[in-house]
Design a binder for this molecule. Structure first.
Ligand SMILES: [Fe+2]
Length: 435
């Protein structure tokens, strides 16, 4: 009753000072995680990721250093016909000692199939569903998650949606040097991330370096191993994967990106291998937005944009997802700072719910390329319906109910008539041949 009264009062107050009819809730408190006694070999923080054609990587943590790194799995509960052998790692961070972090690859797996699995020969049974081999496929998208009441709300909403793969454009745990918060984050996301693959790239909150003591991304790289080796990359900070007709490129905003860098050269090589017959849709994710009309983090992406935008444009990238700005924004198709029917749509979706709260101030007037912008927490769903059409929806966390607040149908560039195939190949060859 009290809460209702408060909400009503704030609606009246807000209505009197702003034209916007939506009242944005306040940031929520960090979640409290009660200490739980577990046996030391009990798998914790289980999450899965795609690991090359028809394979998945299962990652988990145990406190028992002698616990083995294998996964048993099969298509019926309790019957594990297959075994995936793995590897393990651990790290130290000042006084913190991580548990044993296991990564085991399983497969080949059938598409669109439920598998039951168990980690390290004991503990509870988990299940996962593999993505389909072809369209349609749905991605859930939310970045800058953290671990607050709003994070929980976002995760609950994603859990209600039918999706096959989660895409996360950076800033996961907001542990920010407090390493045990990586453990609580792992536990928080396990109910979702053990069931559907989570494909992540890094943000500034993953860096956690301490000069002369701790290197960058130590915790992130140890815990969230992505298929970089499977995609010909030599760094966990950038990689690609293919799923059901979609080629997804995950880039690093916080690793070298100039044209002489390893990342740039890997990207050129990766793009040259994209077959638009096999994967008509091309998507890229990284953390710092290039097109952003929020006051927060203005121009931070300019350096990377200057180096890499021509490459993404020439390759016909359809959609770019970014985070960092704690709000939502969708652009028209853009290139070189203005709208362009042959460039990608950029979507900033750093609105997962972290403790830093929302970025509420926007540039006025809105740039011509900005279609929709709103400072609210939420998540997105991208359904690739077929090789030509995709449906994007953004769902605001509206007083705990997911409210569809933005949607658009997108048509793939490869079928748009932007370029003839010959012209496209010429463009791409020219840029790929650059020294
Ligand atoms: Fe960030």
């Amino acid at each position: 009753m009290e809460r209702k009264l408060l909400v009503t009062l704030s609606v009246i107050l807000f209505s009197s000072v702003a034209a916007d009819d939506y009242v944005r809730p306040e940031p929520r408190q960090a979640l409290q995680f009660p200490w739980k006694q577990k046996s030391t070999s009990q798998p914790e923080q289980v999450h899965i990721s795609l690991a090359g054609d028809k394979h998945m990587r299962v990652s988990w943590v145990t406190n028992d250093k002698s616990s083995p790194s294998f996964v048993e799995y099969g298509t019926s509960p309790g019957k594990y016909s297959f075994l995936g052998q793995g590897e393990s790692t651990s790290y130290s961070y000042i006084f913190y000692r991580s548990g044993k972090i296991h990564h085991a690859v399983i497969g080949p797996l059938e598409p669109d199939t439920v598998y039951y699995y168990r980690c390290g020969g004991g503990g509870p049974e988990f299940h996962l569903k593999t993505p389909p081999a072809q369209f349609p496929i749905t991605f859930a998208v939310a970045g800058d998650l953290g671990q607050t009441g709003w994070t929980k709300s976002t995760l609950d909403h994603i859990d209600q949606c039918r999706y096959e793969v989660h895409l996360l454009p950076g800033d996961l745990s907001y542990a920010d040097y407090m390493q045990h918060k990586w453990d609580t984050f792992g536990e928080l996301v396990q109910p979702l991330a053990s069931v559907r693959p989570w494909m992540v790239t890094q943000g500034n909150h993953e860096k956690e370096n301490i000069p002369y003591l701790v290197d960058e991304f130590v915790s992130y790289n140890s815990r969230w191993k992505m298929p970089y080796a499977e995609s010909g990359s030599n760094s966990n900070l950038y990689y690609s994967f293919e799923v059901a007709g979609v080629h997804v490129i995950m880039l690093g905003s916080y690793t070298d990106y100039d044209r002489y860098s390893d990342q740039y050269n890997w990207l050129k090589g990766d793009l040259s291998k994209v077959d638009r017959e096999r994967t008509p849709w091309l998507i890229a994710l990284f953390h710092v937005p290039w097109y952003n009309s929020n006051d927060a983090h203005q121009n931070e992406g300019d350096g990377m944009m200057a180096e890499m935008e021509p490459l993404l444009y020439a390759s016909g990238v359809d959609i770019v997802f970014t985070g960092h700005v704690h709000a939502y924004e969708r652009t028209k198709r853009v290139n070189n700072g203005k709208s362009d029917p042959c460039g990608p749509v950029h979507i900033t979706i750093g609105d997962g719910g972290n403790r830093e709260g929302l970025a509420r101030k926007y540039k006025d007037p809105s740039p011509e390329w900005s279609v929709f912008r709103e400072a609210s927490f939420g998540h997105g769903e991208l359904q690739m319906v077929n090789s030509t059409h995709a449906h994007w929806t953004w769902h605001r966390n509206d007083d705990d109910e997911p409210t569809k607040s933005d949607e658009v149908w997108l048509t793939s560039l490869v079928n748009s008539g932007c370029w003839t195939e010959k012209k496209w190949n010429e463009n791409l060859r020219k840029i790929l041949m650059e020294p």
